[in-house]
Structure formats: C-alpha cells, structure tokens
Design a protein around this ligand. Sequence first.
Ligand SMILES: Nc1ncnc2c1ncn2[C@@H]1O[C@H](COP(=O)(O)OP(=O)(O)OP(=O)(O)O)[C@@H](O)[C@H]1O
Ligand SMILES: [Mg+2]
Length: 600
Amino acid sequence: MVILMNDKTKKESSANIIKNLFHFLKPFKFYILIAFISIAIISGIEAYMPVMQKIAIDNFIILKSTVGLQVFLLKYIGLALSLLVLIYIFTIFGTKLELALVYSLREQAFKKLQHQSFSYFDRNADGWIMARVTSDIRRIGDIVAWGFIDLVWSIGYITGILFMMFKLNYKLSLVLLVLIPFLVIISIYFQKKILENQRKIRSVNSLITGAYNEGILGAKTSKILVNESKNIDEFNDLTTRMNRVSVRGAMTRALYLPMIIGLNSIGLIAVLGIGDNLIASNSITIGTLVLFINFTIMFFDPIQEFSRILAEIQGAHASFERVLELIHSDLDIVDSQEIIDKYGDINDKKIHNWEKLKGDVEFRNITFLYKDNEPILENFNLNVKAGETVALVGETGGGKSTIVNLACRFYEPTSGVVLIDGIDYKKRSQSWLHHNLGYVLQTPHLFSGTIMENISYGRPEAPFGDITDAAKLVKAHEFILKLPKGYDTEVGEGGNNLSTGQKQLISFARAILKNPSIFILDEATSSIDAESEKLIQEATNTILQGRTSFIIAHRLSTIVNADRILLIKGGKIVEEGDHRSLMSKKGGYYSLYTEQFNKF
Ligand SMILES: Nc1ncnc2c1ncn2[C@@H]1O[C@H](COP(=O)(O)OP(=O)(O)OP(=O)(O)O)[C@@H](O)[C@H]1O
Ligand SMILES: [Mg+2]
C-alpha cells in the first residue's frame, strides 16, 4: 500500500519565485558576490590557458627561440597559482552560501510549523512536511549555490573562448559558432530527458523502499492473514517498472554522447580542413590551429554543464514552490494584533499582563466541523465550574477528543464561543491558555533525551526538586530511580526505551510540573499492565485535586469519583450526572459500565 500525498502545490510564476529568492538571498549577497567574482575569473583563466599553449608552440617549439621564456614561465605559474587560490575561495564561499541558505529556509519553515495549529497537521501528512524541510530545501540550497556558480562558470568560459577565438581568427571562429546552437539544443533536450528519467527512477525507488519497509514491518501480519503472495506480486510489479525506467534512462544517455561526439567531430573536421588552407596561405600559425582544435574539444564541457543546470533549475523551481507554500501558509488560529500587543506572542510573552486563570470553562452554542466535513458538534453547550472534574465517556468517534481540543483552542469553534473564566478565549492569547493547561494526550509523545528533560519540557527552568516532586506526585519517582541512570536515563526516540505505562506516567509528571489550572487526560485506549494501571489511577486522583479537569476515560473505573460524567454520542451529551445517579438511571452509562465489568 502506498500513501498518496496531497500534492496540489500552488503554482508560482517564475517572476514571483525569483522575487522570493532575492528576498531570501539578500542577507548573503557578500558570499554570492565573492563566489561569483572568483568563478568568473576562473573561467576566464581556464579559457586563456590554451592561448598560453599556442604561444609556447609558436615561439618556443617551432621557432626554437628562448626570448621571453622566463616571463612566459612566470606568467604561467602566476596563472596556475591564481587558479588554486580562486578555487579555494569559491569553494569556501559557495559552501557558506549553500549552508546559510539551507539554514535560513529550514529555520523559517520550522518557525512556521511551530506556529501552526493542529488542523495544519491534520491536512498535511508528516511525510509531506518532512520532504519539504529536508529534500526540497536541500535541492534549493544545492542549485542556488552550486548551480548558479556553475552557470556563471559555463557562461564565462564560453564567452572567454569566443572572445579569444574571434581575436585570433574570425573565419575559424564562425565555423564553431554555427555549431553552438545545435550543441545547446541537443544538450538541453537530452539533459531534460535524463533528469526526468532520474526523477522517475527516484520515485520508483522510494516505492520499492516503501514496499520493503511494509514487507518487513508487516511481515507477521501478512503471514497471519496469508497475504504473502499478493505482497510478492506487488513487489514484482515495482521491480519491473524499475527495470523499464532504468533501461530507458540508459538508452537516452547512450544516444546523447555519440550525438555530441559526432557534432564535435564535424567541428574538428571543419577546423582542420579550413585551418590547413589557412596555414598553407600563412594566414595562421600552427599554434593557432592547435588552439582552435583545443577550443573545439573544450566547448562541449560548459555547454553540457549549462544545459544540465537549466534542466535542474526546473526541478528546483518545483521544490521552491513547495517550500514557499509551507513558509507562506496561513495560520488557522491567530491572535489579533491587539491581543499580541497586550499579551505577547510565543516569542515574546508578556506574562506580566496575563490574568490568573481560575478554570471556569463554558461551551456556548458551539458548532464545529473539521474542514469541509459533516458537523461533529451542533449547538453544543456545557458549563464546567472551576475545580470540577468532568468525565467524558462514550463510543469511539463520538466527539470526546474534539470537545477537549476545542476547550484547549487547538481548534476553534466554527460558530459559538468558548468562555474561560467568563470571557471568550479569543480575547486572550493562545499562549496564555496553553501556559495554564496540562494535557496528557491519547498517545503521549516523549522526545528523545533524558527523563528529566522530558518532564521539564514545558518548564525548562524548573529546579530539579520540582521535577522530582512532580514525579513523586504521579508515582513515577520509584520506577525512574530503578532505571540505570535514574533521571538521566535516555528515553530513546519517541520514548521507545520505556513501556507504555511508563511513558504515560512521565507525561503525567510533565503535565503536572506546569501546575496547570486546567488538566486534560485523554486516556490511552491501548491496555497497560495492571500494576501501571493502578499507578496511573492513583496519579490521576492526585492530579485532579484543585483544578478543572476533563477526563476522557475508556476504563470506567478511572472516573467513578468524577463530579460529573457525560455520556457522549454523535457529538451530543446523551446522559449526565455522577456515577451513582447514572447507575441508578439504568441507561446508556449503566449498560456501558456493567458490560465492561462483566468482561473481567
Ligand atoms: N482531524 C480530524 N479531521 C477530520 N475528522 C476528524 C478529525 N479528528 C476526528 N475526526 C472525526 O470526528 C469525529 C469525532 O472524533 P473524536 O476524535 O472526537 O472521537 P472520540 O470520541 O475522541 O473517539 P475515541 O474514543 O476513539 O478517541 C469522528 O467521526 C472522527 O472521524
Ligand atoms: Mg479520542
């Protein structure tokens, strides 16, 4: 199975791309200037080198004179040394330019992603975003730094050669000039084809890698479901496609080279034929003829390079469109300028202006739909008093997570208002609310790093004592101490070195360290061992005290003590009350509860 990504990237005109590129390159104009000047001088020297050979042949070899030999040698050494120094300079500045540009684009993309709300990550798959910040940005850095340097080199080189040729003999030059358009047209055509093919090979290759991954990771599932032969067929299809595109690529290359060599040979024959006559009539020297032969051979390189870059610029254009789309994407949830002026934004929080959050939460006439879908909530009303513990239970897909995500302003209601402490939460900054919020996600995420770093993630400046206090409160302290390095134990990527229950407890400690006024627990559906469950149960009870809490529970034992239990079905509250009253009602909650307990 292959995940198809949405790839309706907004098309940008070349003018717009260039405008944006200039904007991004502005801070690095010094690097560009140095790199371009040095590569331009290099191309000039390289084009001049064959002229030195001509002088050597005509003066020192044919005439056997030694007059001016010393000056000649000094000039030659001087040119060679300049080349060395200039190559060093352009390599350094080209690299600086590439790194700086990649860094600046990644930084801007990363900043934008940090500001994006949940809905952005719903719309765009992780892989889609990753491809933009990694390979697309890398390609832009590569083509802008090295591609443009090569472009300057090839243009400089061709101009240099043409200049030298016309200075020496215009008749011979005209012969080569006629060849140039053919060389350019053929090269551009083939370079484009070659690049298209490389792209196809890359995309089939990533499909094969994907199939390998699925085949290996899902090997057990496939075996259990006896689906191995289908996997093998799919894989065979892919390898056949790979074979086809690779052969086509090889054929294109196999055609290209002989054509160029053929054109070159025509040029050589013409130069030799005409040159022979010119020597016979004493119009040119042997050195000049050798020079022209060299030029004819040298011509191919910069033209090939020039065409390759033109073809690659198209690919980079597409990459740039994709990256710009990310960097310029609109934010779904924004604070108004007035709010930012008063409360600050995530970079500059004006905490001194933040009101204390008491914890009253009210949903008033909320209607909510995820982009373009059916409404999940319609005219939803709920009033929660500060300090109250509200449990949400009910069938999967009923809207429980949606309700709490709205309370957290991870999404905003399509219509209606959410009031916190009696005031529409859009009248305060997002940071203000999130600062006062502790949220344990349905699937808690730990970052690679130590346990201590993970607990203090929301309050990096927290003293060690506070961190251990939080861990003790949620009963995580004991198991942490038993780990080989205690609080300095690395949790591994995504917390993989820890069990599910341990990850839960760490995320509890992380939430509680912020001492939030509103606490949200979206209980994991995956089962954990009885020991961890008991710990988590105790941890939850401690955390709830003194704050507004929303508990989404799958194990109903968690919530028997909640102040209020809401049974949610199809985005509506169908039953409401505490455990005792709901049980005596013998309705939906009663059936859910007895059903769950009969299972054990
Ligand atoms: N990001 C999203 N984009 C579009 N639709 C969504 C999104 N998240 C949830 N939904 C839809 O909204 C409805 C409510 O989902 P929600 O996650 O709130 O259910 P839930 O009660 O938390 O379920 P569970 O108990 O399985 O966690 C479902 O029909 C779901 O398909
Ligand atoms: Mg949920």
